[in-house]
Design a protein around this ligand. Structure first.
Ligand SMILES: *Cc1c(COP(=O)(O)O)cnc(C)c1O
Length: 370
C-alpha cells in the first residue's frame, strides 16, 4: 500500500472495500496515546465516555458491550448467549449463511429460510416458518455485505414479536453507523457490529447490545463459554470496565470517532450513506441508458444497503479484471463475493466517505467499463 495512505496525508478517498473501511487520519492518529491499565479510574473515564456515544449510535438505553475481537466473535456470542436449542437462520448471502453455520458449530440445531443472493427475507416468509413452532432464536443479517441487500429488520422484528419466546439476533456489521438501526424501538434482542465497517475504525473491536430477554437467556445458557459470556461483560460494564485486557489503543480511536459522529449527527450520517447508495444506482442507470453498458444493481429497489452496492456485470466482463483495472488507477474496490466473484463487483461506500469521493471512483469505473 502507498505510504501516503499510511501517513494518512493525501490519499483519503481511494479505498472503497466493503470492509475494512478507510480510516480517517484524525481517527488513526488518536491511537497514539499512552497505554493505560484496564482497572482503575482512567479506564473508567474512557469507557464511560464510550458508552455515551455508543448508546446514541445504537439508539438504545442499554449498555453496549465492547469486545476485543472481530465481529465474528459477537456473532458467536449472539447464539451462545441467546439460543436454547433450535435456531432459524435467515440466509440471503455469504454472511447470513455463516451466521447459521456458527450456530451449528456451537451445537445448536439449525434450520434455514434461504432466498436467492441479492434478495431479502419477507415478513410473510418468516411468519409462515415461525408458525410451525419450535424455534427459540432467529439469526439475520441486516445489510448483507456479500450482495448489498438490506433486510427489513423492523418488519422482521415485528413478526418475531408475535411469537411468545423467540429472540431476534441481528448482525448489523455493515449497518450500524451507516444505516438506520433503532435497537430499542425495533425491540431487537441482540445487535452487533464490528469496528472496521460503517464505523470506519481500524479492525479489532466489536460492539453489541442485548435486550433484557436475551440477558435472562444468557444467565441460564449452558454453552456460552468464557470469552463471550455477556453476563460477565455486563457485570464489568456496570463498573465501566471490560472482563479482560481490551485493545485500549482502539478505544482511543473509537472515542475520537464517536465525537466525530456526534458532530455530524446520526441522521445526517444515515442521510450521507443513503446519498452514496443513490448515487451508485444513478450511475448504473446512466451507464446502461447512456453508455450502453448492461450493468445492474443486484439488490432490488427498496432493499438496497446504504453502505455497499453490488453491481452485476454484463456477460463477458470478468469481475476480477474490473477490480484490477481499478487498482491500476489507484482505487481499491471489492470483488464479487464467493459465487459472485466472476460476475459482479462491489463498492463499499461507508464510514467517512462522501458523495464527491465516490464520484471519483465511479468516474474511474466508467472509464474501465466503457
Ligand atoms: C465483515 C462482516 C462480518 C465479519 O466480520 P469480522 O469482523 O471479519 O469478523 C460479519 N457479517 C457481516 C455482514 C460483515 O460484513
Amino acid at each position: 500500500m502507498e505510504s501516503s495512505h499510511i501517513d494518512g496525508t493525501s490519499s483519503f478517498g481511494r479505498f472503497f472495500l466493503p470492509g475494512p473501511t478507510e480510516v480517517h487520519p484524525e481517527v488513526l492518529s488518536a491511537q497514539d496515546q499512552a497505554v493505560i491499565g484496564h482497572r482503575g479510574p482512567a479506564i473508567k473515564e474512557l469507557v464511560g465516555e464510550l458508552q455515551d456515544g455508543l448508546r446514541d449510535l445504537f439508539c438504545t438505553e442499554n449498555p453496549v458491550v465492547i469486545s476485543t475481537s472481530s465481529a465474528t466473535g459477537l456473532m458467536e456470542a449472539a447464539v451462545r448467549n441467546g439460543a436454547r436449542s433450535r435456531v432459524l437462520s435467515l440466509v440471503n448471502g455469504a454472511f447470513s449463511q455463516r451466521f447459521g453455520e456458527i450456530a451449528e458449530a456451537c451445537g445448536f440445531e439449525v434450520e434455514t429460510i434461504e432466498v436467492e443472493w441479492g434478495q431479502t427475507i419477507t415478513a410473510d416468509q418468516l411468519r409462515e416458518r415461525l408458525a410451525q413452532g419450535g424455534f427459540d432464536a432467529v439469526t439475520v443479517v441486516h445489510s448483507e455485505t456479500s450482495t448489498g441487500a438490506l433486510n427489513p429488520i423492523s418488519e422482521l422484528s415485528e413478526v418475531v414479536q408475535e411469537q411468545d419466546d423467540v429472540l431476534l439476533l441481528v448482525d448489523s456489521v455493515t449497518g450500524v453507523g451507516g444505516a438506520e438501526v433503532r435497537t430499542d424501538e425495533w425491540a431487537l434482542d441482540f445487535v452487533l457490529t464490528g469496528s472496521q465497517k460503517a464505523m470506519a475504525l481500524p479492525p479489532g473491536l466489536a460492539f453489541g447490545v442485548a435486550s433484557d430477554r436475551l440477558m435472562a437467556r444468557s444467565a441460564e445458557a449452558p454453552r456460552k463459554g468464557v470469552y463471550f459470556d455477556l453476563v460477565t461483560f455486563r457485570k464489568q460494564l456496570d463498573n465501566l470496565q471490560t472482563p479482560n485486557t481490551p485493545a485500549v489503543s482502539l478505544f482511543y480511536a473509537l472515542a475520537k470517532q464517536l465525537d466525530r459522529i456526534r458532530l455530524e449527527g446520526l441522521q445526517a450520517r444515515w442521510d450521507r450513506h443513503q446519498a452514496m447508495s443513490d448515487r451508485c444506482v444513478q450511475w448504473v442507470d446512466m451507464m446502461r441508458e447512456q453508455q450502453g453498458v448492461a450493468l445492474s444493481v443486484l439488490a432490488p429497489e427498496g432493499f438496497r444497503s446504504p453502505t455497499v452496492t453490488c453491481v452485476a456485470l454484463p456477460e463477458g466482463t470478468a469481475g476480477p479484471s474490473v477490480v484490477s483495472a481499478m487498482r491500476e488507477r489507484g482505487f481499491t474496490i471489492g470483488g464479487g463475493y464467493g459465487k459472485l466473484k466472476e460476475t459482479a463487483f462491489r463498492v463499499g461506500h461507508m464510514g467517512d466517505h462522501t458523495v464527491s469521493e465516490l464520484d471519483a471512483v465511479l468516474d474511474a469505473l466508467g472509464e474501465v467499463l466503457s
